[in-house]
Design a binder for this molecule. Sequence first.
Ligand code: HEC
Length: 147
Amino acid sequence: MRKKYLVVGTLVALVALVAACGGGTDDGSSSGGSSVAATATTAPAPTEKAAGLSNAALIEVGRKEFASCAGCHSADATGVPGLGKSLIKTEFIANISDADLAAFIKTGRPSSDPANTTGIDMPPKGGNPALNDEKIDGLVAYIRSLQ
Ligand code: HEC
């Protein structure tokens, strides 16, 4: 007896399902199409860690990495007397390309360098060997955003 009700119930459910599917076929194809399109447009996520970070993403990388620089240049990059100069609106930064600024951060500027302006060392990578190219690109973008 119970089995019979189950079978009937299953049949009713199946009919309902088929009806639902059948009814949905028309707009099912169109909504299916648009959901594929939506997936395609959201695929290149801006948070992607791969190459080609947006400028905004690079600035965020640099903001984080600037902790390595803040000890001498201060957290707001205005400099610390006797340690590091201000990085805001300097002629040097205004006139240097992104690539050269990245190269500068990698090599620093020792006090023995004739170009040194303070007699104080700027250590290579600010003394943080963990800074890779992407992080340095982030620092360049961050410093630019402060000008
Ligand atoms: C140990 C201290 C110290 C640290 C850490 C440091 N700097 Fe420097 N930085 C200096 C000093 C000193 C100078 C100035 C050199 C000179 O006299 O020409 C300088 C100069 C600079 C300049 C050139 C500014 C100009 O107008 O000439 C830039 C750009 C710069 N630093 C970026 C950075 C970045 C980015 C970091 C972090 C990765 C960093 N520095 C970490 C000490 C430091």
